[in-house]
Design a protein. Structure first.
Length: 242
């Protein structure tokens, strides 16, 4: 005689997935939903009870209600090549007979009235590729690096020849011989002045010599020369006064 179809809706329906590492307790949830209008008793079984702790492992689900079952995998060494031990779960359910206590339901109902669903366990090892991608340095193509690091070529600094002779105005070209002659006379006067600094009694002679130089009758002196002579006289007189 065939068994009745499972009335409860399981989520997940076929697999219980456990994600490592498995050196500590790993928990996954199983949701049981009762879509009927009757109460339904349930019981959770496993092929390796020493490896799991299930809460709750049995109970009663009211109509249109649901229960979340926590399945806790105890720490163990997972060997993917070990095929001797298969971890499986089974959810049994049944409609409780009237006037029967929940604890006595499984004794009161016949095996044909039991409804069950089986789930297999899947163990997922922690992904190593994610850690490798996080630790690996970013790879930059040579072309992109070159574009980022290179700077536009700069032209070499070529020293330009410096013209130490400032441009001379056109009006001053003809005055150059007169300025040179006056400059020579000024230098001679400075030499005399240095010799006469030790003798204060000769200040009058120096002033007369400078005046004679400024009033040379035989040469036509431009206003620039007068300004230079006046400046030199001021400097000389200032030194005598100090």
């Amino acid at each position: 005689m065939s068994k009745s179809e499972q009335v409860l809706i399981l989520d997940p329906s076929t697999e219980l997935k456990f994600k490592g590492p498995f050196d500590k307790v790993v928990t996954t949830d199983l949701k049981l939903t009762n879509p009927s209008d009757k109460k339904v008793c349930f019981k959770v079984k496993t092929t390796v009870p020493k490896h799991y702790c299930v809460r709750p492992n049995n109970g009663v689900i009211d109509p249109q209600d649901s229960v979340t079952v926590s399945v806790m995998l105890q720490p163990f060494v997972n060997d993917p090549n070990d095929k001797t031990t298969k971890h499986k779960f089974m959810v049994q359910s049944a409609y409780p007979p009237p006037d029967v206590a929940p604890a006595d339901v499984w004794k009161a109902v016949s095996s044909s009235s039991l409804m069950d669903s089986k789930l297999k366990c899947v163990f997922e090892e922690p992904s190593q590729s994610v850690n490798k991608d996080e630790d690996a340095p970013a790879v930059v193509s040579p072309g992109s690096t070159k574009e980022k690091t290179e700077e536009p070529a700069q032209q070499p600094n070529i020293p330009q020849s410096i013209n130490t002779n400032p441009p001379v105005p056109a009006d001053s070209v003809h005055e150059a011989p007169e300025i040179k002659a006056t400059s020579d006379r000024v230098k001679e006067t400075e030499v005399r002045q240095r010799k006469l600094q030790s003798s204060p009694l000769q200040k009058t002679n120096v002033s007369q010599n400078v005046t004679t130089l400024a009033e040379a009758p035989n040469q036509q002196v431009s206003p620039v020369v007068y300004m230079i002579v006046a400046l030199i006289i001021g400097i000389i007189l200032g030194k005598f006064v100090l």
